[in-house]
Design a protein around this ligand. Structure first.
Ligand code: SIN
Ligand code: FE
Length: 293
């Protein structure tokens, strides 16, 4: 079962003790959620006024995202002035997130890449979606258009809900247990399909066998109502004002309710890990007896 490891860190920029650093990396790599209950993201008054006192009508879909490559913001109907406030707020969250990784996970700094930043003001509960996109079903993260070829997906979240509402998750069993449950029944990729998907621009780059099996696992978990109802799991409410980190490609998770969340994605090559054997890539390779990426 997924465990929660807590650290009493209060500052994004650190410093963090050597003990905190070791605890953090060990917990994350073995598939725990790393909870920092005292690490909040402070909002400015203009940000509060804009994004917390209305109903989130300015959001197009479920998330607003920031691409750090050009600081472009997507997914919002905000006007130019509002967009400026939104962008500054998200860039600050991205900067704080990076500072925390440097302070708490220094062993990752030389290989980690910072991905997109998102702000999630929309209530999760009751949101309509297809079963495949339904994040209220337990799953491990794997995205059809973005193959990672084994790279880890590390995500950092901060609940900034101003009304005392938690971000309510379910957390599942350990990755290897979930993998063993489905592995024997996952179909092989169709010959040549990864080239075709990349050529048509459906995937960004080639989908490796690893990506294929992770996507299958993601889909099979979400589609399996018996597993959703009675597979090993626990509920956990992430209170407002807390931050947590988790390898979402490894830890089965489902977001059941909550709104007003920040999220920052990082990618880490397996070789950059302290213990690569714990990665989904190496676990699947061991279980299947062959290389997958
Ligand atoms: C997810 O990664 O499945 C959703 C997490 C969240 O928005 O709380
Ligand atoms: Fe997810």
């Amino acid at each position: 079962m997924t465990e929660i490891t807590q650290l009493a860190i209060e500052s994004w920029a650190g410093p963090c003790s050597a003990l905190a650093q070791t605890t953090a990396i060990d917990a994350l790599e073995k598939g725990d959620v790393l909870l920092l209950p005292k690490l909040d993201f402070a909002l400015h008054d203009d940000e509060r006024a804009l994004y917390f006192q209305n109903t989130g009508v300015e959001v197009k879909g479920k998330n607003i995202s920031l691409n750090l490559a050009d600081n472009s913001v997507r997914g919002s109907h905000a006007n130019a002035a509002e967009l400026g406030v939104l962008r500054d707020m998200m860039v600050r969250f991205a900067t704080d997130s990076r500072a925390l990784v440097h302070a708490l996970l220094p062993g990752y700094v030389s290989t980690i890449e910072q991905g997109r930043t998102s702000f999630r003001p929309v209530e999760v509960a009751g949101r309509a979606s297809s079963w495949r996109k339904d994040d209220t079903r337990l799953h491990v993260d794997s995205f059809p258009s973005s193959p990672t070829r084994g790279k880890r997906i590390l995500r950092l979240f901060t609940n900034v809900n101003p009304h005392g509402q938690g971000r309510n998750w379910r957390l599942g069993e350990r990755f290897e247990d979930v993998a063993r449950r489905y592995l024997g029944s996952l179909p092989e990729p169709l010959w040549g399909s990864s080239q075709v998907l990349a050529m048509l621009g459906i995937t960004k780059g080639r989908r490796s066998n690893y990506d294929h099996f992770m996507l299958q696992l993601h889909d099979r978990m979400k589609a399996d109502s018996a597993y959703q109802a009675s597979g090993g799991q626990r509920e956990f409410a992430f209170a407002p004002g807390c931050t947590w980190l988790v390898y979402t490609d490894q830890v089965p998770h489902a977001a059941m309710s909550g709104r007003f969340l920040f999220e920052q994605t990082f990618y880490l090559p397996v070789a950059g890990m302290h213990d690569p054997a714990t990665s989904p890539l190496r676990v699947l390779e061991r279980l299947m007896g062959r290389e997958l990426a």
